[in-house]
Design a protein. Structure first.
Length: 483
């Protein structure tokens, strides 16, 4: 994916339209339909809207002169982008030649350019009745003429639906992008770089150099869950020296991004933040979707806020310094994501694995930002995992190991094959007190009126809030416990 140009604009991910631009024949309509389905938004094809509102075909309107067509087009685009409910809009190839349309896009949309090559475009439209696709030489000339306009109007260049979803969510995934962090943090205010000693020690200097003169302070949270304590948060709040124009940049694993994101959500009643996740857990999960928070002695993640980042900057190269045990932690979430998506995403090379998993979660979170409905599917296996972790007293069993066991139980209850979970994650039964685990399972926040509600994997995809008989849940929980 090539450059996000106006780095200061990809905020308000939840309210902006997504506009697809590109040359005729690039495939904007097909891509737009797919993205609209994934984001559960309306798809609006400007050319089709023009035809239905004018009750004439595009060639007929064009016959009155291109200027007439462009006027009608501008009116339709203005109407579509004025609608408060964000949609996915596919624009005609020449729409960006109208300065007013470029201005509208700038204010109301995340604009993505589907930059298809000219041969593919020509092959697709040569037989069509498109007014500007009659002559091949003229078609190629127009293609070259318009490229600078697309480049100027686009926030991001995309090649597929995952790229568009990530752009819509404000997420940038690209190897080496840490070095361009400065241009990717929206606005021009001061930045507080928050990290932990491990990640700060390895990658902190690159981040500092990239942030340049905007860097106002560097802060280190303790590593691991110690970052997610009230004490650590209080120290960070007191140390932050940003005004409301400032931005918190959180460089680190999920503990750093959760805690620093929560600090940003609450400091001065909320300032912007940019996670730069460095662990696999954080790149495919924790830094996506705007959940921030800290732990209480009574349990994990009990205090928090939804606070969507103004940008998420993911550099898969950071994973090269991640210890293998931490990588395995992340693979548990990757396998979960692949199972939910119905694709073996775990087989992909790192950059693609991260991009696909991040896009899958981003789409779900854009559809259900506040965890009211389908976002719950991301808890596949997690109710069992939380119960086992609680029974282990959060010691001797990592979250990833617990999720791997939880996935086994969820798949068995769903009547699905568990061999992939076993081969990739090697879950081993854990030695914990059975009654304690069962009690924790019943206390889980997803249990309603004493009935256990779980995420199960059906043949046609995940289903959440499934009420499962207590005896079946107990049997599968017991199977995860050794001795
Ligand atoms: N907000 C959410 O939606 C969400 C989702 C999933 C998990 N989480 C949270 O994420 C946390 C777990 O995240 P985590 O596993 O990343 O933990 P973490 O932040 O503790 O990172 C794990 C360890 O790896 C080190 N590390 C990270 N990146 C590194 C790198 N590139 N090179 C070398 N060392 C590196 C860290 O310093 C740390 O010691 C949990 O608190 C969990 O609740 C949140």
């Amino acid at each position: 994916m090539a450059g996000i140009r106006r780095a200061d604009r990809l905020d308000r991910a939840l309210t902006k339209h997504v506009a697809l631009i590109g040359f005729m024949g690039a495939g904007k309509t097909t891509l737009g339909e797919e993205v609209a389905r994934r984001l559960n938004r309306l798809h609006k094809d400007v050319d089709r809207l023009i035809e239905s509102t004018q009750k004439r075909s595009i060639p007929e309107i064009f016959a009155e002169g291109e200027a007439t067509f462009r006027e009608v087009e501008e009116r339709v685009v203005r109407g579509v982008l004025a609608h408060p409910r964000p949609s996915v809009v596919a624009l005609g190839g020449g729409a960006v030649t109208t300065p007013q349309i470029r201005e509208l896009l700038y204010h109301h949309a995340v604009t993505v350019w589907l930059d298809e090559d000219v041969d593919t475009c020509w092959a697709r439209v040569r037989e069509s009745d498109r007014p500007l696709a009659k002559d091949e030489a003229e078609f190629r000339r127009l293609f070259e003429e318009r490229r600078p306009l697309y480049a100027a109007a686009a926030d991001v260049v995309v090649r597929d639906a995952d790229d568009v979803v990530l752009a819509a969510a404000g997420v940038r995934v690209e190897r080496g992008v840490l070095r361009r962090l400065g241009e990717l943090v929206p606005g021009d205010g001061k930045v507080a770089l928050v990290s932990d000693p491990n990640v700060g020690g390895i990658h902190g200097m690159d981040a500092q150099l990239a942030l340049g003169a905007r860097l106002a302070q560097v802060y280190e949270l303790p590593p691991g869950e110690d970052a997610k304590t009230i004490g650590a948060l209080e120290r960070l709040w007191q140390d932050l020296r940003l005004d409301r124009g400032g931005t918190v940049v959180a460089l680190g694993g999920g503990c750093t991004t959760d805690a620093a994101g929560f600090a940003a959500a609450t400091y001065l009643r909320g300032i912007p933040w940019v996670p730069v996740p460095s662990s696999l857990v954080a790149q495919v999960d924790a830094a996506i979707g705007g959940k921030t928070g800290i732990d209480l002695p009574q349990g994990k993640n009990l205090v928090g806020a939804f606070h969507w980042p103004v940008r998420t900057v993911i550099d898969p190269a950071l994973l090269e310094t991640l210890p293998p045990a931490q990588r395995l932690e992340g693979m548990a979430e990757v396998v979960k994501t692949g199972l939910l998506a119905g694709e073996p995403l775990w087989e992909l090379p790192d950059d693609e694995l991260v991009r696909r998993c991040a896009a899958f979660k981003a789409a779900i979170c854009l559809r259900d930002p506040h965890d009211d409905a389908e976002r719950k599917m991301l808890n596949l296996g997690h109710t069992f995992a939380h119960a086992l972790e609680a029974a282990a007293g959060y010691e001797g069993l990592t979250h990833g190991q617990a999720v791997a066991l939880g996935l086994l139980a969820a798949l068995r209850l769903s009547g699905q094959d568990v061999s992939q979970v076993e081969e990739i994650l090697h879950p081993k039964p854990v030695r914990v007190d059975r009654e304690r685990a069962w009690a924790a399972m019943q206390r889980d926040k997803k249990s309603v009126g004493g009935e256990l509600r779980l995420v199960l994997l059906r043949d046609d995809g995940p289903e959440w809030d499934v009420s499962v008989p207590a005896a079946d849940v107990r049997r599968e929980l017991d199977a995860l416990i050794a001795g």
